[in-house]
Design a protein around this ligand. Structure first.
Ligand code: DC
Length: 226
């Protein structure tokens, strides 16, 4: 029996992860955060200094990637978290250092190929709500339902700033806005699997809506057999 897939693609900080989690919980599906996977790789690049003169160390990545396995971890609350080789990552992959590097890592062909295979494999064992950039266009063009979220850059930067402050992380609004704009550019202009709306995705501008309002819009689109 094939599993069900909802793809939520869009720019950074449009509310994708909050909404994907909510929708997954509402439907009893599993939330798959594909940005997490790219962030885990970016963290390893930082830790191991696989960036020399602005260039990723392809040889180091080529030996690291085949050993990197993502898997579901059953949590006490009944939900599934994503682990990478037995480790469930938290705030260490959400720092500004990782955010500053992750789009470059996500443009790398070997990284994308490995994570694409991992994403397809993870979706075989669970109905999923996946958020990312290329889910509806490349990873699962046959997804059951696709959304594409957009919002103004300043509003997205403010959201990320508030999020980081609430978590007690150091935050600098101008640096966050610069990172949001830079990542928009890198993510939508890269050669492989750039961020773009799938023809059959439902586009929602979340700039002036609350999470509750967008959630209600998403729910309206759910097929009756979900
Ligand atoms: O959603 P996020 O900010 O955690 O994503 C981190 C980076 O990973 C983002 O800059 C683009 C990249 N990404 C991607 O290229 N493809 C995906 N499916 C998910 C994320």
């Amino acid at each position: 029996m094939s599993t069900k897939i909802i793809a939520i693609d869009g720019f950074a900080s449009t509310g994708k992860s909050t909404l994907s989690k909510r929708l997954a919980q509402h439907l009893g599906f599993t939330y798959m955060d594909t940005g997490y996977m790219f962030r885990v790789v970016a963290l390893q690049v930082l830790k191991n200094k696989w960036l020399e003169a602005g260039e990723l160390n392809d040889a180091a990545l080529a030996s690291f990637l085949p050993e990197l396995n993502f898997h579901w971890v059953d949590q006490e609350d009944g939900l599934k978290a994503m682990g990478a080789n037995g480790v469930v990552y938290g705030e260490e992959i959400r720092t500004q250092e990782v955010s500053a590097l992750v789009s470059q890592v996500a443009a790398n062909a070997a990284v994308r190929q490995h994570l694409l295979e991992q994403q397809r494999s993870l979706a075989k064992s669970a109905n999923v709500v996946m958020d990312g950039r290329d889910i509806g266009t490349v990873v699962f063009p046959q997804a059951d339902l696709k959304f594409y979220l957009i919002a103004q850059a300043e509003i997205r930067a403010q959201r990320r700033f508030d999020e980081m402050q609430a978590k007690g992380l150091t935050a600098d609004f101008d640096a966050i806005l610069a990172n949001v704009v830079e990542r928009d550019h890198l993510d939508s202009t890269r050669e492989i699997a750039p961020l773009k709306k799938a023809d059959d995705a439902i586009e929602i501008d979340t700039s002036h809506f609350t999470v509750e309002e967008v959630f209600a819009l998403l729910c309206k689109q759910l097929p009756t057999d979900f």
